[in-house]
Ligand binder design. Structure first.
Ligand SMILES: C[S@@+](CC[C@H](N)C(=O)[O-])C[C@H]1O[C@@H](n2cnc3c(N)ncnc32)[C@H](O)[C@@H]1O
Length: 480
């Protein structure tokens, strides 16, 4: 799915959640940035910023009116597609998908069909399709992009001249190993998107050589791709079990306490929803317990990769990747970044009961947009490292409350590292945990707070000199 402006896309970057965009100007688009830099004094900057915000609001209002007219014209007045969470922010700015497409994993078997615009309403949106293509290109461009890094390191090595003789290790060997590891990762990533080859590649009419037009490759997407590789370790490697046991297991254990039987009194499967489920491991683990499980995700990077792992593996440990080669900082041993990981630790299709097919699905799209239209549908909602991704956390809490059945249970584990906290173009309200608790109760939940959990997020399992530790809040809220 499209995600909002530059800052939004940068949020989950190659340093994990922690690396926020710190320069406010960098979250503006280039034209706005140039506009902003013309101001000399702080006062001038503030005045320009106000003007810019006013202009954005006017544009948003105009866009909204156009959209409403179009909606009425196309779908009749009741259609709520493309409705906006805030009157000041346009669809374009927030990049909310106009159409959502709930996909069952079995349909993923033919991804070419699943994602072709002619088969998907949401890809008929020109903007959406453009974003989709940019993400595909970032996958195919991984090799080229990463080799630029090798060239940078090579220059650094030449730069030290005769000082090379002091080194213990042959630096050229490091570069060779790096190229091999890049190739290993690239082969894995190519496989994930191979069915979308035609979307990314263009044939030169004269030479017939295929290439990816560079305007399709966005730096923010490359960065997100590297995060996706690291996320593979968290979700689908043996080494990731430590993080999974800290982040996913307590949530599933807590759910089991509330619904010990996976079949309800009505004879139907008890079902829970996992918003912002990343690469989908927790959804899979939950389905393996016999419950109905639906993941929800709006990032194409995540959706492509989870589809690949969940539906297209022949056996466990089929692929080998080295996700931590993109930084040599804070390492203890020369070879640490080259550590290889076997993916996936289990083959999902070996573990999952075929009867579960109808009850194990992934809904692609923005969480609020999809689930505000599903009142009292779910027995449970499990949010892990998710609620801080909101522009408006109150809206998330209200949506969770709305889509739960009466007596339904919301279990949350994660920090409050608000994703839009430093954005000038995206709204954000950074509520404290104290305030969040109040909102949860006000919205209509009975809240039970569990002891906090210290954990990492998609971190290098090697010992390194820097690891970010989160002190996560963990709670259960029952809908009154
Ligand atoms: C920090 S990651 C956590 C992923 C996973 N829950 C885990 O613990 O590994 C947050 C995820 O939520 C997704 N996300 C953020 N906002 C979303 C929204 N409004 N709707 C659906 N997914 C969203 C992001 O794409 C990202 O994959």
């Amino acid at each position: 799915m499209k995600k909002g402006g530059k800052n939004k896309n940068n949020k989950l970057n190659n340093k994990g959640q922690q690396n926020q965009v710190s320069n406010s100007q960098s979250s503006l688009n280039p034209a706005a940035s140039q506009f902003f830099s013309q101001a000399k004094t702080e006062e001038e900057k503030l005045a320009l910023l106000e003007l810019l915000q006013k202009k954005l609001q006017e544009k948003a209002q105009q866009k909204k009116m156009e959209q409403e007219n179009q909606d009425k014209h196309q779908h009749g007045a009741q259609c709520s597609h493309g409705s906006l969470p805030s009157p000041q922010i346009s669809h374009e700015q927030l990049h909310m998908p106009q159409q959502n497409n709930s996909m069952n994993f079995p349909e993923f078997q033919e991804p070419t069909d699943a994602y072709r615009p002619e088969h998907n309403q949401f890809l008929q949106d020109e903007e959406e399709f453009k974003h989709f293509r940019q993400v595909v290109c970032s996958y195919f461009n991984y090799r080229t992009d990463s080799l630029k890094e090798v060239a940078r390191m090579e220059r650094g090595y030449h730069n030290i001249g005769a000082n090379k003789s002091y080194l213990k290790y042959d630096f050229n060997q490091r570069l060779e190993k790096l190229k091999q590891a890049i190739e290993l990762n690239a082969q894995f990533l190519d496989r994930i998107v191979e069915s979308y080859h035609d979307v990314a590649f263009v044939k030169d009419p004269v030479t017939k050589v295929e290439y990816i037009p560079q305007e399709y490759v966005q730096f923010r997407d490359i960065s997100k791709l590297r995060s996706t590789l690291k996320q593979m370790i968290r979700d689908w490697s043996e080494e990731g079990k430590i993080e999974r046991d800290l982040c996913y297991k307590p949530v599933l254990e807590e759910f089991k306490k509330h619904y010990p039987n996976h079949i309800g009194a009505d004879g139907k499967r008890v079902r829970a929803l996992f918003p912002g489920c990343g690469l989908g491991r927790v959804v899979f683990d939950f389905a393996c317990l016999g419950y109905g499980a639906q993941g929800n995700e709006f990032s194409y990077h995540m959706l492509f990769a989870s589809n690949f792992i969940l539906n297209m593996m022949n056996h466990a440990k089929e692929y080998t990747i080295s996700p931590f080669i993109h930084s040599f900082c804070n390492t203890f041993q020369e070879n640490d970044p080259f550590r290889e990981y076997k993916i996936p630790d289990v083959n999902p299709s070996d573990c999952l009961n075929p009867e579960m097919n109808d009850d194990f699905s992934m809904a692609a799209g923005e969480f609020v947009e999809i689930y505000k239209k599903q009142p009292e549908e779910w027995h449970g909602v499990c949010t892990i490292f998710f609620i801080d991704t909101a522009n408006d956390i109150v809206e998330y809490i209200k949506t969770i409350h709305k889509c739960l059945k009466p007596g339904g249970v919301w279990i949350n584990l994660g920090p409050l590292l608000y994703h839009y906290a430093e954005s000038f173009t995206e709204p954000s309200i950074e509520l404290s945990w104290d305030e969040v608790q109040h909102v949860i109760k006000e919205v209509g939940f009975e809240l039970t707070i569990h002891p906090q959990i210290k954990t990492h997020y998609a971190t290098d399992p090697n010992e390194t000199m820097m690891k970010i530790e989160y002190n996560c809040v963990f709670f259960t809220a029952v809908k009154k």
